[in-house]
Design a protein around this ligand. Structure first.
Ligand SMILES: Cc1cc2nc3c(=O)[nH]c(=O)nc-3n(C[C@H](O)[C@H](O)[C@H](O)COP(=O)(O)O)c2cc1C
Length: 188
């Protein structure tokens, strides 16, 4: 039986207009159109700097809206570059706002670091997602180095191995949403 189309919220760690991470999200949206409806979160630039003093019952309106979008998604797809050997501050800042409110807890998540190199940001992203209890498997995690040579501005993955890896990740995320199974080790 055909399962229903799932709601996926995608967050690009790059806010650049011509971001290759955004192109990659678009490519995933096209490849998985029969299984997922991907909405790109467009508010990263409007998330205020995290301050625990503001993290109470009435946080800033943009934070409440961000948390609601996360809650309503069946899964979250993060695609991010590496900046200065770590995660982009805008992405980490947004995630910090979810630590107390727990939107990632037990939520199916696919985590892609797509960068020039990216291995340090990828390890950092996985460590953060682990501590906020995101639900992932090894196959919903992917590091893509030299991203600019592997996806084009039409949202097409032009590298065969990358295409195979991304298709595997899509299948794994679908399976994770369907099964509700939890894996904790995540191969960190
Ligand atoms: C300020 C800055 C720092 C960067 N530092 C790194 C880095 O440490 N490691 C890396 O792999 N790429 C680094 N890059 C390259 C980006 O990861 C690369 O340009 C990537 O394609 C950007 O993603 P985007 O196309 O989605 O914007 C850096 C880029 C910028 C602008």
């Amino acid at each position: 039986m055909q399962s229903s189309v799932k709601k996926v919220l995608a967050i690009s760690g790059s806010t650049r207009k011509a971001s290759s991470n955004l192109h990659l999200i678009n490519a995933i949206g096209a490849l998985a159109a029969d299984r997922m409806r991907i909405t790109v979160f467009d508010g990263l630039m409007n998330i205020p700097p995290f301050n625990p003093d503001d993290d109470h019952e009435q946080p800033p309106a943009v934070i409440m809206a961000f948390r609601k979008q996360l809650q309503e998604a069946d899964a979250i797809l993060i695609c991010t570059p590496e900046y200065a050997m770590g995660l982009p501050g805008t992405l980490k800042n947004a995630i910090d706002w979810t630590v107390s409110s727990c939107e990632f807890s037990n939520k199916p998540v696919a985590a892609i670091t797509a960068s020039s190199m990216g291995n340090l940001a990828h390890a950092s992203l996985l460590a953060t997602l682990k501590v906020i209890e995101a639900r992932m498997t090894e196959d919903t995690q992917l590091l893509i180095s030299f991203i600019k040579t592997k996806v084009n501005s039409n949202g097409e993955i032009t590298d065969a191995d990358t295409l195979t890896s991304v298709q595997r990740l899509i299948a794994a995320l679908c399976e994770l949403m369907e099964s509700g199974k939890q894996e904790s080790g995540m191969g960190l």
